[in-house]
Design a protein. Structure first.
Lengths: 338, 132
């Protein structure tokens, strides 16, 4: 490793925030020094609790991250925040605006916020988000909050990057049918129904409970949707059979209501994972996803590097002229693989 | 291998709440392929420099319409220097009287852009400054 990279790493481990910011940039830009830096700092990782915050645009993810970070600081934990926003597919530029809602966190040396653009990734995170998590972990942050882009129904990368995934819902965004759909809702370890002071919050809670198969059957759509009777449902959290029933926590992030209760659920989930061996399984999932991604990137780069000039473009043109088909073309290109 | 993106922090220090200009510039820079971190209104110089450090930006763009530029700009530049961030390009946009432009540049502000500046001009200026 170059001496500058070595010095950066030492400074990062000693708590230098400028060095931390520089290392994140090198990792994000896939700079030449990045693989060696990440290799060297990996031994210092594995201490942080990584918490994903995901949900549709406008549910209040950034405001909730702001409030959660404050709640963690009140408990004495240091907090790293990664806020991901989309890159424009046309210009390659991005407008990263999550800091607007995180101004309360300014001036606290126990907090470090980094905005990331997706740079072409489609799973709700940026390509380098997992690596940036490692960097913040090595820098000693005890809790790492990862805010995904505003997601639809299928951006579930966060589940293989975080230990605990919080799916944020808000009243009025979808009916019960939306709640049954597969994807984002299935990755929740905890649901936060944010903006709970708005009309329809109870209906949103009910819809989530229905999805969990737990709402009382008497709730017809002509009845007022009040809170369901509690005795019919098992308590959320750890179950007797060793599974985890995702709790549904109402929050009003703007005023901080319910945020400490949410933080406590997140901590209880970590304790549950540790007690049941789930933590080790999630660590394995995270490591596998990371290795897979690196392998895919490297194989792709190696293949492209091995192709004769213009070979890819000529193949594309041949497919467009219907002289060959995409499958045959791909098989032929694979013969150039190293 | 991904290309290195130009990262720009757009901030509004001081107490005026008119952020339309800042948003127009932020959008133009995004459309020019840059990553723009937008921090919103009523930022203190300390908040701006902290954000610039964490985000490791190449450029800090300050939008000031309050008339307080001769107080705010020196403070931002001083704080950047105290963090060893002398290489960050500082730009100012907004209502800046002609007679203040030269003193601001003496302080280390690289570019001053008043009303009527085309966004293309700002994009070009940033590209040249960051490349050079």
């Amino acid at each position: 490793m170059e001496r500058t990279a070595d010095a950066l790493l030492s400074a990062l481990l000693a708590g230098n925030r400028r060095a931390l910011a520089r290392v994140i940039s090198l990792v994000e830009d896939d700079a030449a020094e990045a693989p060696a830096l990440l290799s060297a700092l990996y031994a210092h990782t594995g201490r942080a609790h990584v918490i994903g915050i995901t949900g549709a645009p406008g549910t209040g993810k950034s405001t909730l991250v702001n409030a959660l970070a404050r709640a963690y600081r009140a408990q004495g934990h240091t907090v790293g925040v990664i806020a991901v926003d989309p890159t424009s597919p046309f210009s390659g530029g991005a407008l990263l605006g999550d800091r607007v809602r995180m101004r309360d966190l300014a001036g606290d040396p126990g907090i470090f916020i980094r905005s990331m653009a997706t740079r072409g990734s489609l799973g709700g995170l940026a390509r380098a988000t997992a690596d940036v998590i490692s960097v913040l972990d090595a820098a000693g942050f005890a809790r790492i909050l990862v805010e995904t882009v505003g997601v639809g129904q299928a951006e579930v990368d966060i589940a293989s990057a975080a230990h605990t995934t919080v799916v944020v819902e808000a009243p009025g965004l979808g009916d019960e049918v939306q709640a049954i759909k597969a994807g984002v809702l299935e990755i929740a370890d905890i649901f936060a129904v944010n903006k709970a002071d708005r009309e329809g919050a109870d209906r949103t809670v009910l819809a989530l409970q229905m999805m969990q198969g737990l709402a009382p059957a008497t709730t017809g759509h002509h009845r007022a949707a009040g809170p369901p009777t509690p005795h019919a449902r098992p308590q959320p959290g750890p179950q007797e059979d060793g599974s985890w029933l995702p709790p549904i926590q109402k929050t009003i992030a703007l005023h901080g209501d319910g945020v400490d209760a949410l933080r406590e659920w997140i901590e209880r989930h970590a304790a549950y994972l540790t007690a049941t061996g789930g933590w080790a399984r999630r660590e394995a999932t995270r490591a596998a996803a990371e290795i897979e991604r690196i392998l895919r990137d490297r194989l792709w780069e190696a293949l492209l590097a091995g192709l004769p000039a213009d070979c890819f473009a000529q193949t594309v043109a041949a497919v467009v002229r219907r002289e060959t088909d995409p499958y045959t073309a791909a098989t032929r290109l694979l013969t150039y693989a190293p | 291998m991904t290309e290195r993106k130009i990262r720009v922090l757009i901030a509004k220090p001081g107490l005026d709440g008119h952020d339309r200009g800042a948003k127009v510039v932020a959008r133009a820079l995004r459309d020019a392929g840059m990553e723009v971190i937008y921090t919103g209104i009523r930022q203190t110089p300390e908040m701006i420099v902290e954000a610039a450090l964490q985000e490791d930006v190449d450029v800090v763009g300050l939008s000031i319409l309050s008339g307080a530029h001769m107080a705010l700009c020196p403070r931002v530049i001083e704080l950047l220097r105290s963090q060893g961030m002398d290489d960050v390009v500082v730009l100012v946009g907004g209502i800046i009287p002609d007679e203040d432009v030269e003193p601001l540049k003496q302080l280390g502000v690289k570019g001053v852009f008043g009303p009527g500046t085309s966004t293309g001009e700002i994009v070009e200026f940033i590209r040249q400054q960051v490349a050079g």
